[in-house]
Design a protein around this ligand. Sequence first.
Ligand code: S3P
Length: 447
Amino acid sequence: MTTNNIKFKVQAGGKLFGRIRVPGDKSISHRSIMLGSLAEGTTQITGFLEGDDSLATLKAFQEMGVNIIGPNNGDITIQGVGLTGLKKPNKPLDMGNSGTAMRLMSGILAGQPFSTELIGDASLSTRPMKRVTKPLSAMGATISTANNGMPPLKISPSSALNAIDYVMPMASAQVKSCVLFAGLYAKGTTTVIEPAPTRNHTEKMLNGFGYEVVSEKIDNLKTKISIKGGGLLKANDIDVPSDISSAAFFIVAATIADDANLVIEHVGINPTRTGILDVLKLMGAKITLENEILVGGEPVADIRVKSAKLKGINIPEELVPLAIDEFPVIFVAASTAAGKTVLTGAEELRVKESDRIQVMADALTAIGVLAKPTTDGMIITGGKQSKQSSKILSHHDHRISMAMVIAGLNATDEIVIDDCANVNTSFPNFVELINQIGMQLTVEKDG
Ligand code: S3P
């Protein structure tokens, strides 16, 4: 990560138009490196996200002896080493800012015959890891956190992992994926029950690599996912679609700008990721899908967005896990809506790259929005703004930096956002695309 402080300065207002393509999906990019490395044979990846988070995963597998060529404009070739072919790295593996990398890797590393240590940056070092060490310990893994339940994670070889039946206490795709990855190395069939649907890329991609994963609905919300240990992964080429979580900033931007008509091309619209579209449509957004196709088993479409007058809503709780990364920018949309928007059932937002409830409440309050944080959500009263201060802190969180750029469209004055180098974790060409569609964003470097 760069040591220079990067500041964003956003001019108020803007008219948005054009066609853009945002970078590759972060969740799929991480998993493509993990599965390609553990497969037998050569995997070709196109559309890989060249952001710091997915590059941390790539580097970690290189440090465990996997020959990975690229990325070169999103193209990567991986010579897979098979499930048992990884080598002991000679230093701790640095996961940077990425909770996904640390939690998913912990499941894979719990099954290795060598010890490893996973470390992260200041933000990742304050994130809860007991949610993965608990099920992994129950499987027989030897894994520890620091005293506070946070990174670093230290993993030592165990004689064998046993399958478990795990009822997840929270709706988390990271925890589910961690346990399923450990399940590859366990004796017997591991099952995970999720309390509500979460992104299912791990299950779909394991199936794509020729490894059977069975998902059965238990009721309206709960799903049971099973995997039997001891099989093998077969190399599988992957075309990574654009990330709906990155598209989200532009979807909200075009919705709240005056006179906008914007197309975001080739975006992954897996139904476990499209909560943002449902929330915005309930608020009155004008969003249409064009050119829907299937790419490597994942649905993809061009998303057309036109300006709309939004109204406040009570966000249905079942949409929360399906829009989990999009709330910073959904809060921005709510701040422009007529009436109140109420979010509940979203306590997980407090343990993301920052406490996204508190940090967004503070940032929106600073630009004059009525935003009241609650233990598990937020109440935002949209409409008129009366600026208190235009200086925003991102708290090491890429999605806060980007959401507050979009807030500039409805601001009365210039907004300055401090500490924005983190945008590189998921969206390296964000500034370029924001300016391309008609907003005015400048970057200043200190130090
Ligand atoms: C992710 C799952 C989500 C999400 C994160 C990426 C993944 O976390 O917030 O950005 O790739 O599995 P949780 O599953 O912990 O909610």
